[in-house]
Design a protein around this ligand. Structure first.
Ligand code: ADP
Ligand code: MG
Length: 568
């Protein structure tokens, strides 16, 4: 593909030459300076732009199409200009200006097409290139090894829900200032909806005609997504509704899912506007994966769906007490932690859980020496729930028993040492009209836990935290091995007797995901599929996804891959 301006002219017009295996080759100029000419080639993976000059050192820029969100052909501002243009947008990782590390940064590349004196032909050529770049970029997205994604596509019609009061109250400005332009460049059509009150989004998605939307995107903290997921699960057609791809853009003070999704994309840590840009990039690329949901039963028989966490004790108190510092952003949790540490409490209660059975040990030598024991293995993802239904005469939304239940094995995770029994299983029952999701692992809250469960001996806790994403907040990498669809509840608890400095050390180590390596005898970590917590302390706070729920006995079970999530 190397060509020099001094080479003899080619008999085929150079801008129309096709390169090897369907790649494109052309010569274009700089939009501001006609004398700067470039040879440009487009392959499946990259757009390469090389300055044409007689000098032996010719600058060459290679753009990875996995970083490209869009490309558009257009005329120039001067009507007399016969040239046409195409502009492509890329978000490659670049070194940060002021601090160490790298983050995605926006780059725009424009080229001028003026091979002919005819503006229409030039525009057609620019459109041909823009289309080819868009097609190639659509097929290329940054993927993780070993992960099969449901699909690669650009979301068609996106509903963007913004909570104007979350975080520092800047979500709307951040959306219009940072995200709108990205979506426009990527040609993602969206409708902006600003929530007017709490539960507005929940009511809206409960009633929405979902055939109109290809994705529901939340620009807020985790609380607004909690509303949306529960609104979807409250619908009669919940089974289809919950398959609507969900996207998250960090606008709140608690952006745990955004931080987790960014982490799953194997990108270096990012905060604030860099995190927003990363999530905006993933939205433009439109790669969809699976998201586990946890069904949570409260004493009043209410059932909630959770994507992030169930907390009691220290973490729940900090979550709710720190809401008054929401205006300071993500640092509210550190402030809340310090305040709570000063008045450290012990909470009494009973905890039991269904552990994940570890698969039999793999013979020596079959695992590479330095491979972590629980490398998450990703299942291939399914986009529908082709379950066989068994009619049932008594539909009960809070069904605890697994009679008349169909176990539909959608997908089984293959040979991961620790997750071997984690299968994609959605259990439903139906009376022919209503289809009900069954929590087959959970007995009634008033019944004893099954014998297969582990009952924790201690009854004095400082905290109990069940988390199913990697991050509890932007700075808290709480469950280092967790993935969006690992089918696991990562259960942590800290027993009474821990000193204030030791607890602070745990939270500080959590920033780097190093708390489990602190050797703290009061910290326990288990991978579980279901759990029950019965507080004895008469008053307190329980949170689900950072939102306060009814205080009292509570139990939960995982539903692997029930929802879908725009990720990277
Ligand atoms: P943050 O991370 O800042 O807490 P959240 O997304 O968690 O942001 O939202 C905080 C709370 O605001 C949630 O309980 C959510 O349900 C609620 N909420 C959503 N929209 C509105 C609104 N328009 N006015 C007031 N509260 C809202
Ligand atoms: Mg919140």
């Amino acid at each position: 593909m190397e060509r020099d301006a001094s080479e003899p002219p080619d008999p085929v017009p150079s801008h129309r030459r096709a390169g090897p295996e369907g790649s494109l080759y052309g010569e274009f100029t700089d939009p501001l300076n006609d004398r700067l000419r470039y040879s440009v080639s487009l392959t499946e993976r990259a757009l390469t732009i090389q300055r044409i000059s007689s000098s032996p050192t010719r600058t060459k820029v290679v753009f990875n199409l996995a970083d490209c969100t869009g490309c558009r052909a257009h005329r120039g501002p001067d009507p007399a200009d016969v040239g046409a243009y195409f502009t492509a947008w890329f978000y490659p990782f670049k070194r940060r200006w002021m601090s160490s590390g790298s983050a995605r940064q926006r780059t725009e590349q424009c080229l001028r097409v003026a091979m002919l004196q005819d503006p229409v032909s030039n525009l057609q050529e620019a459109e041909r290139w823009a289309g080819a770049i868009r097609d190639a970029a659509g097929l290329q997205a940054p993927r993780r090894d070993g992960v099969t994604y449901t699909e690669v596509r650009r979301p068609g019609r996106v509903m963007v829900l913004v909570n104007p009061h979350c975080g520092r109250g800047q979500a709307l400005q951040l959306f219009t200032g940072q995200v709108e332009g990205m979506l426009t460049e990527a040609a993602v059509p969206y409708t902006l909806i600003i929530t007017e009150h709490q539960n507005h989004a929940r009511e809206l998605v409960r009633k929405a005609d979902l055939s109109q939307w290809d994705a529901l995107v939340i620009m807020s903290g985790d609380g607004l997504l909690f509303e949306v997921i529960n609104g979807l699960m409250e619908r009669e057609d919940w089974q289809e509704a919950i398959r609507t791809p969900l996207g998250i853009l960090p606008g709140g003070s608690g952006n745990a899912l955004a931080a987790s999704v960014h982490h799953y994309s194997q990108s270096p840590p990012a905060w604030n506007e860099e995190l927003l840009l990363s999530c905006g990039f993933m939205l433009c690329k439109g790669l969809v994966g699976s998201l586990d949901l946890v069904s949570i039963h409260l004493a009043s028989r209410q059932r909630l769906f959770s994507f992030l966490s169930l907390a009691w004790g220290f973490v729940a108190d900090v979550d709710i007490e720190s809401e008054k510092y929401r205006h300071v952003g993500a640092i509210r949790f550190l402030m809340g932690t310090l305040v709570r540490l000063a008045s450290l409490r012990v909470y009494q209660g009973k905890l039991a859980y269904l552990p994940v059975k570890e698969a039999p040990a793999i013979p020596k030598g079959s695992i590479k020496a330095n491979q972590p024991p629980s490398t998450p293995q990703h299942p291939s993802l399914c986009s529908s729930l082709p379950c066989r239904l068994i009619p049932n005469s008594s539909p009960n939304l809070n069904a605890h028993h697994n009679h008349n239940t169909t176990n539909c094995n959608h997908n089984t995770i293959s040979n991961s040492p620790n997750n071997a029994i984690t299968s994609k299983r959605t259990e439903i029952k139906s009376d022919g009209k209503t289809v009900v999701l069954v929590d087959s692992l959970l007995p009634g809250l008033e019944q004893p836990v099954p014998e297969s469960w582990t009952v924790v001996k201690e009854e004095d806790f400082v905290l109990v935290l069940a988390i199913y994403q990697s991050h509890l907040a932007e700075d808290l990498w709480t469950a280092p091995g967790a993935m969006a669809d690992d089918g696991l509840i990562h259960l942590f608890y800290v027993t009474a007797g821990i000193s204030r400095p030791a607890l602070l050390r745990l939270f500080l180590a959590m920033e780097k995901g190093a708390h489990l390596a602190c050797g703290c005898p009061h910290l326990v970590y288990e991978k579980v599929k279901a759990l029950r917590l019965e507080p004895i302390t008469p008053q307190g706070v329980i949170t689900v996804d950072g939102e306060m729920v009814e205080y009292g006995p509570v139990q939960a079970q995982i539903h692997p891959g029930l929802a879908r999530l725009i990720c990277g």
